[in-house]
Write a protein that binds this ligand. Structure first.
Ligand code: PLP
Length: 386
């Protein structure tokens, strides 16, 4: 009997939830929400309802939600949009383990005569609040620290960092893309001024995201045109995508405590199973970690080869981040954590989903020892270091 495939790459993307798919289909019948006729007003009502649901799910006001086309766009809008309202030469702080959407935008700001600081992390992938505070300058306009890392799952002390930033008069952005299914996104409790989300990471459709921007944050747009989203993001809204995202977010946040407990137990079972069955492994990323994340280095293996062998065995995982068009470039996150090459080259990311089952985890644990052993043997011979 052919067994079902096991999908453990939910940090790359999640399956569209049926409820979100239904919301997408309903909204596909609608027209342009900016039109003044009855069809337009109907679409506007659907857009308003989605905005209301999203705002309620994260404790925000409706006018603080900017719909975008991706997490990448939201991160870019946060960094470029806030910095460009400041004086030239203003200072922006972020960390070495951010997604390339943040690091790329920061690099762009560097080319535009802004001052930038990239904070280091410790070997567990954590940002030190004291180091964060000392990096802030009188000229700092914005700090951006991700809520939970997409490669190793470490969760940063966002409320603490945001409070420091507020005390120092610095706007604080967090990339919360990986958090939607698992952590509270309540912007008041977190104390953040800007927050990025992407629908496809919590059961919504791909190609739609949002930026929460507190009502007193001024944003310079990065797209120019019809002035939608209160002038902050021009372009006709992707109403089906937005409706699907809103439905998925509402469900993800209301189910998150139960889902996190369940995923956490299964992740621990996977972690313990791997530790018991395979020698020479190392778990990357310190606690607290996202409950669905497990990044493991298998010494003496090559992550790409391991990924392919697992794929052939019916198991979908990733080697670090899948966001760079499927490429397997060296992980800037593991490098920032100071891992030496022996551990960096064999790092695999297992990310569970809300429907992952115990029997799937047990199948992965059963399959891994022989797959890893098969890869280790020839590698040792080739290198002649055995
Ligand atoms: N930020 C983080 C932490 C991510 O993991 C990702 C995607 O993997 C993004 C941003 C980009 O989101 P999107 O795929 O919607 O552009």
């Amino acid at each position: 009997m052919k067994s079902e495939r096991i999908y453990l790459d939910n940090a790359a993307t999640t399956r569209l939830r049926p409820e979100a798919a239904a919301a997408v289909r309903e909204a596909e019948a609608e027209y342009n929400p900016s039109s003044l006729h009855s069809e337009g007003r109907r679409a506007r009502a659907a857009l308003d309802a989605a905005r209301e649901l999203v705002a309620t799910s994260i404790g925000a006001k409706r006018n603080e939600i900017v719909f975008t086309a991706s997490g990448t766009e939201s991160d870019n809008l946060a960094l470029l949009g806030v910095a460009r309202t400041g004086r030239p030469g203003a200072h922006v702080v972020t960390t070495a383990i951010e997604h390339h959407a943040v690091l790329g935008a920061l690099a762009r700001l560097g080319e535009e005569s802004f001052e930038t600081t990239v904070l280091p992390v410790d070997s567990g992938g954590r940002v030190d609040p004291e180091e964060f505070e000392s990096a802030l300058r009188p000229s700092t306009v914005l700090a951006s620290v991700m809520y939970a890392n997409n490669e190793v799952g470490t969760i940063q002390p966002i409320a603490q960092l945001a409070a420091i930033a507020r005390r120092r008069g610095v706007w604080f952005h967090t990339d919360a893309v990986q958090a939607g299914n698992w952590l509270s996104l309540d912007v008041e409790t977190l104390g953040v001024d800007l927050l990025t989300l992407s629908a496809h990471k919590f059961g919504g459709p791909r190609g739609v995201g949002l930026l929460y921007a507190r009502s007193d944050v001024a944003l310079s747009p990065i797209l120019y045109g019809g002035g939608q989203e209160l002038g902050r993001r021009s372009g006709t809204q992707n109403l089906p995508g937005i409706a699907g995202m809103a439905r998925a977010l509402g469900l993800a946040q209301s189910e998150r405590i139960a889902n996190a407990r369940r995923a956490g137990e299964l992740r621990d079972r996977l972690e313990a199973g791997i530790q018991a069955a395979v020698s020479d492994v190392r778990v990357n990323g310190a606690a607290p970690r996202l409950p669905n994340h497990l990044n493991v280095s298998f010494a003496g293996t090559d992550a790409a080869a391991l990924l392919i062998a697992l794929d052939l065995a019916g198991i979908a995982v990733s080697a670090g981040s899948a966001c760079t068009s499927g490429s397997l470039e060296a992980s800037h996150v593991l490098r920032a954590m100071g891992l030496d090459e022996r551990w960096r080259t064999g790092a695999i990311r297992f990310t569970l989903g809300v429907t992952t089952s115990a029997s799937e985890i047990d199948r992965v644990v059963a399959a891994l020892p022989s797959i890893v052993a098969g890869l280790r043997a020839p590698a040792t011979l080739l290198r002649g270091d055995g």
